[in-house]
Ligand binder design. Structure first.
Ligand code: TRP
Ligand code: ZN
Length: 856
């Protein structure tokens, strides 16, 4: 039984022993892989009598110190590990451990497992202990030499971290390869892959002239789909040189795409392993969004080589040290490669929809958590996305140049080390001369701060006064919260111009004055979303409309529209007879007619999602929120019919191209299609677009619109789609998701049919997410049905997944543990579902931690 003891940040102690070198030999076998682990170990704490190694799901075959087998009495198995007594005079030793593991039955996909026909590993956060006994903690850094032995025909490629130093045959049908990674690293960055692949290769020359071989391994037959990933990798390498002066450090960079993977991808040193979803693309099978995400994830993992690998985390509480910083870096990269404004807008709406609710849930935690039971539960929106916002605030407070000085100092001080978030912030402060003491509370406080804004204008003096208060609600874990240091960008808009200002809020309430105005300027608050906060600012509708039309900052323009729409939706939630003002229609007509980037027009037209709306409400009545959103949607469709149709037809038959301009036009066109398909007279557009489409973006848009607005057409198109794509797993994931998000009364019948589909399996995380994740996150109307059937459906699958793959089970639990924001009826239904899950035998550590928090 897995230990469910919480670990506490304040209890951190350095390890009593270090491991200087690690030599691993893998004799690969489906059920009985033998791992021989030879470690050179040094005692650092002279008084430590025991060496305690982590290990789970291992069978121990042999153990020796300095080649002498250990006597039974000198070691013992303890809870999830092995305790070895080391005689006092032995301060340096060679410890050899032989274990056997069963990769095929490893459905948790942590440690060594099989994905399709290939062996692969996933060690972060604590998966290495499922491979061998080890000091499985990020501050123990060792060099690794890895010998992989396997059948030659089944596994022609044998890969591990670093550079290949030897290879050869063993007998008639086996071969081996030896890899050496010269950079000391924690074991969570270890990787091994063995399989038969198509190999796509390229070359990169670094700024200092070093040649790097680039290799991408994909399933046989998929080589033509690796081109975009390879281009993205080269762009990332160049960008990191230009932006941060950071070059790649080994002679080879390998990426392997696998179909069975719990997360997006993993930055193992020199050998990234990717979910195939973030590698494979061609325009027939992947959407514009897929292309964007591939570029972002390739960049993210590449950037980890410096922020994560060269400088790593001292302990897992510091996870945001590498993740927040690396997400910030990949967001900046994406903004440079694509529309910066659209990239920023999408980052923010993702944060609001996913991280804000997390901050209000029983699992709310600061970006640097203080208490962890299962580390896998802390790869969260908070650590990643809010973590990135915290880095972005440092960037805003320091400015581009000083931020770069801070990064330089960080690498100068800490290259090759395992450090803390405080170390990072100190480097930023020391390099810039800017005091970040108060700023550090962003690392220790959970919750979304609220900014309350008041303004007044003195007509006689022409002076504008803005006062801002910060509210940091106490939470269960933190009854007293400090005031935060919050950078606030604003824009003051007059009839003739607009001026930008950066305010630093440090007190509870502060006031700023601006003068020289003839009449009251309009305040566009929190430009570019300069802090991860909620804003309470009662601006008149007309001023929001002025911001939509005139602000310099594209985020502000979009955000003003969202605020206005949220206002209308909220009024409708309270009173469904509320009649919507036509201002929004006139404003949209103006914007659609302007020269604005079509991609920005598209995001402006997109209504706030169910989650974005409800995160601002209390006691959410989900069906009312959904009905209100649909009312606004229908209002826009009716009142903008001609404009939407004209735009749609203008872009309808442009042949596919993979350019920014074309992507933007497709995005706007497909937003128009979505609205138009709400109207009975435009139903023909759905199958027309499907039949004429020459790319997956348009195909999927027509299917999605029919899933929501015409299930007759939908069912018909979907059977053709299935016949065409049944052999392409990533496209079938889209097919399952479409089934799950459809708006139809017989949705539970459809879901039941899908569960029985021959291609459906809970063992593949992408497939499980495609059906169950899509239904619970992207079909609010039916997930939040009054009957509670949605919650029961989710609970049933979580119970099954508890045994198969606890990490995925735990991630899927998210909507249920957010029950507190709903009304009594739904709260009770969700609680019942949670209790039902909590009652099963053998509850995983992952689920138990969340259920304990939710049901306490
Ligand atoms: N470090 C990985 C990333 O951010 C995250 C990751 C990949 C991960 N696979 C995982 C975390 C499995 C926990 C478990 O790119
Ligand atoms: Zn990462």
């Amino acid at each position: 039984m897995a230990s469910s003891q919480a670990r506490i940040l304040a209890d951190y102690r350095p390890s009593s022993f270090t491991i200087n070198t690690t030599q691993l030999t893998f004799e690969l076998d489906d059920h009985q892989t033998r791992v021989t682990n030879v470690m050179h170990i040094e005692r650092v704490d002279k008084d430590a009598p025991y060496l305690t190694l982590d290990g789970e799901h291992l069978s121990l075959d042999a153990i020796s110190i300095n080649d002498k087998p250990l006597a039974e009495a000198s070691f013992q198995k303890v809870d999830n590990g092995l305790q070895i007594s080391i005689s006092p005079e032995l301060n340096q030793l060679t410890l050899t451990i032989v274990t056997t593991i069963d990769p095929v039955n490893n459905t948790a996909l942590e440690g060594l497992y099989k994905s399709g026909g290939a062996f692969c590993t996933q060690c972060e956060a604590e998966g290495f202990r499922r491979i061998t006994y080890y000091l499985d903690r990020p501050d123990v850094m060792s060099t690794f030499t890895t010998k992989v032995i396997a059948n030659k025909t089944m596994y022609p490629y044998l890969l591990a971290n670093g550079n290949k130093i030897d290879q050869g045959n063993i007998g008639a049908d086996k071969h081996f390869v030896v890899w050496h990674d010269p950079f000391p690293k924690p074991c969570y960055l270890f990787a091994l892959v063995a399989g038969d692949f198509d190999l796509v290769t390229d070359q990169y020359q670094t700024a200092s002239g070093k040649h790097v071989t680039l290799e991408i391994f994909v399933d046989k037959g998929n080589a033509s789909k690796a081109h975009h990933a390879m281009e993205s990798l080269k762009h990332s390498m160049k960008w990191d040189e230009n932006t941060f002066g950071l070059e790649y450090d080994l002679d080879i960079y390998m990426i392997v795409a696998v179909d069975f993977f719990n997360m997006g991808a993993m930055e193992n040193k020199g050998l990234n392993i990717f979910n195939s979803k973030f590698v494979l693309a061609d325009h027939e099978s992947a959407t514009d969004t897929d292309y964007f995400n591939i570029e972002a994830v390739i960049a993210h993992e590449y950037f980890h080589n410096w922020t994560g690998n060269r400088v790593t985390c001292r302990d897992w509480f510091q996870l945001s040290l590498k993740e927040g910083l690396t997400v910030f870096r990949d967001q900046q990269f994406s903004a440079d490669m694509n529309s910066a404004a659209v990239t920023r807008i999408e980052n923010v709406s993702h944060l609001r929809a996913m991280q804000f609710p997390e901050d209000e849930s029983p699992m709310a935690h600061p970006i640097r958590p203080e208490k962890v039971v299962e580390m896998n539960n802390f790869y969260t929106m908070t650590v990643y996305e809010k973590g990135a916002e915290v880095i972005r605030m440092i960037h805003t407070l320091l400015g581009e140049e000083k931020f770069r000085l801070g990064m330089d100092l960080y690498f100068k001080r800490f290259d090759g080390m395992a450090v803390t978030c405080d170390d990072f912030v100190d480097a930023m402060a020391d390099a810039s001369g800017i005091d970040l003491t108060q700023f550090k509370y962003w690392y220790s406080q959970s919750g979304t701060p609220i900014l309350r804004v008041n303004e007044s204008f003195n007509n006689a003096t022409g002076e504008l006064t803005i006062s801002v208060s910060q509210i940091n609600e106490p939470s269960e874990q933190q009854s007293v919260k400090h005031h935060l240091h919050i950078p606030i960008r604003i824009e003051l808009i007059t009839d003739h111009n607009s001026s930008a200002h950066l305010l630093a809020l440090k007190e509870e309430t502060q006031t700023w004055r601006f003068d020289g105005f003839e009449k009251k300027p309009v305040v566009a608050f929190l430009s570019n979303f300069s802090a991860p906060v909620k804003v309470h600012f009662e601006q008149p509708d007309e001023e929001l409309i002025a911001i939509m039309k005139q602000a310099e900052d594209d985020f502000n323009r979009w955000d003003a529209g969202q605020t206005l729409l949220t206002r209308y939706i909220t009024r409708l939630v309270k009173d469904d007879s509320y009649s919507l003002p036509v201002d929004i229609v006139t404003t949209y007509k103006y914007l659609l007619d302007s020269t604005l980037d079509p991609a920005l027009k598209a995001v402006a037209l997109k209504l706030p999602s169910f989650d974005e709306v409800s995160v601002n409400l209390e006691q959410v009545d989900p069906q009312k929120v959904i009905a209100a959103i649909k009312t606004v949607e229908a209002f826009i469709a009716h009142n903008l019919e001609n404009e939407l149709l004209e735009i749609y037809l203008g872009f309808a038959d442009i042949p596919y191209a993979n350019k920014g301009k074309d992507i933007a036009q497709r995005s706007l066109k497909n937003t128009c299609l979505y609205y138009l398909s709400k109207l009975s007279n435009h139903q023909l557009l759905l199958s027309r677009q499907y039949n004429h489409s020459d790319n997956m973006t348009d195909t999927l848009a027509s299917l999605n619109a029919s899933a929501m607005h015409n299930t007759g057409v939908f069912d018909n198109l979907m059977s053709g789609f299935e016949a065409k794509w049944q052999d392409t797993p990533l496209v079938m994931d889209k097919w399952f998701s479409l089934q799950a998000v459809a708006d139809r009364e017989d949705i539970f019948h459809v879901l039941a049919t899908m569960e029985q589909h021959e291609l459906f399996t809970l063992n593949n995380p992408n497939r499980a997410r495609a059906l169950i994740g899509a239904f619970s996150h992207r079909n609010p109307k039916h997930f939040y049905q009054e009957s509670g059937k949605g919650y029961q459906f989710l609970a049933k699958h979580i119970k099954t997944l508890n045994k198969i793959n606890p990490q995925i089970a735990s991630r899927l639990l998210t909507p249920l543990i957010q029950y507190k924001r709903f009304n009594e009826h739904h709260k009770n239904l969700m609680l019942n579902a949670l209790k039902e899950i909590a009652a099963i035998d053998d509850l995983s550590r992952d689920l138990k931690e969340k259920l304990d928090a939710a049901l306490n």
